[in-house]
Design a binder for this molecule. Structure first.
Ligand code: TYM
Length: 324
């Protein structure tokens, strides 16, 4: 039996990249066969960026509502809030004492911001150790993630190997990343990787009008006249359409763009319709849960109890070996 684990930071409402790159693959794996799954909201990671408690808590609900809206079966999954299991912070400390400072300076999460060192808090610097603790605390075998998280999982394996080398190969389980080829890197409205920080994301839970405005305003296209042929690859409208529409419809859009007489405005409208069709049910459920936060609290409370029991067992093993 394999144990699947993944988390989503609560830095805002999960965007299309988070949903396609991690949430849907994780739900699919956790509903499959005899896999056991631990899925959580990484609300301690988000403190590296968000210092407003009301906002942080609201984001936490938003991430939880997204997992639930996409049909996470909480009777089969351990679904919890990272901060409800403070054992994670203790393990983070232990791991930090085994991982070279020099290697942490190479982490993308830090390097991307190292030109503005005054904006980097030490939590952000040691972020990969908190993520390693998330994974190692639960003896996870597979971690479904997008491509941007691969380096963090390599660091997790690295720190676990260093510790195992010293205290015995059985102490920590080395996890493997689980990447889905087609969805490992969803592009944003500017053609770069979709991310919150670039503000190039699509929030599928917005109401129709806001979603339409954002698609129209944010997606960059060239000024080729309506009647002229267009290269589908020259705008992320087409790339995004590929992620939400059927292959037949994608082929049709490509043919229409190449033929001319079909503008980027038409393509954006088709993208909007495809998003609404694909996520109609999830959008409804998301808003249901955001209006029934007591139901979210209830499932997270049950999840935390189960997560804690596993976390305490792992930590017990680690403490004993380290002399505590
Ligand atoms: P986060 O919150 O930035 O992203 C959550 C998940 O979404 C994936 N993702 C994408 N996938 C495809 N295309 C994109 N444009 C895209 N943008 C984001 C990410 O790869 C990720 O899988 N450190 C993690 C959260 C975390 C975690 C963990 C993950 C904390 N502890 C333990 C796994 C295991 C993060 O910031 O992801």
């Amino acid at each position: 039996m394999a144990r699947i684990l993944t988390g989503i930071q609560s830095t805002g409402t999960p965007h299309l990249g988070n949903i396609l790159g991690a949430i849907l693959p994780a739900i699919e794996l956790s509903n499959t066969g005899s896999n056991e799954s631990f899925l959580f909201i990484a609300d301690m990671h988000s403190l590296t960026q968000i210092k407003n408690g009301v906002e942080l808590r609201e984001n936490t609900y938003s991430v939880a509502a997204t997992w639930l809206a996409f049909g996470l079966d909480t009777s089969k999954t351990v679904f919890y809030r990272q901060s409800d299991v403070p054992e994670c912070a203790e393990l983070t400390w232990y791991l930090s004492c085994f991982f070279p400072y020099q290697r942490l300076t190479l982490a993308h999460s830090f390097k991307d911001k190292s030109d503005r060192l005054s904006d980097v808090n030490s939590g952000l610097f040691s972020y990969p150790m908190l993520m390693a603790a998330d994974i190692l605390l639960y003896d996870a075998n597979f971690v479904p993630v997008g491509k941007d998280q691969l380096q963090h999982i390599e660091m997790t394996r690295d720190v676990a190997s260093r510790i195992n080398h010293l205290y015995g190969e059985e102490l920590l389980v080395l996890p493997e990343p689980k990447i889905q080829e087609e969805t490992q890197l969803i592009v944003g409205t500017d053609g770069e990787k979709m991310s919150k920080s670039r503000n190039n994301y699509i929030n599928v839970f917005e109401d129709d009008k806001t979603l339409k405005n954002n698609i129209n305003k944010k997606i960059i296209t060239d000024a080729t006249p309506l009647e002229d042929p267009k290269n589908p690859e020259s705008s992320s409208v087409y790339e995004l359409y590929k992620t939400v529409a059927s292959p037949q419809r994608v082929l049709k859009m490509s043919q229409k763009l190449l033929a001319g007489g079909y503008g980027w405005g038409h393509a954006k409208k088709d993208l909007l319709d495809a998003i609404i069709a694909k996520f109609g049910d999830a959008r409804e459920k998301y808003h249901y849960f955001m209006n029934h936060k007591n139901e979210i609290d209830e499932v997270l409370h049950q999840g935390a109890e189960k997560a804690k029991a596993v976390a305490q067992a792992t930590l017990g093993r680690v403490r004993e070996k380290m002399g505590y």
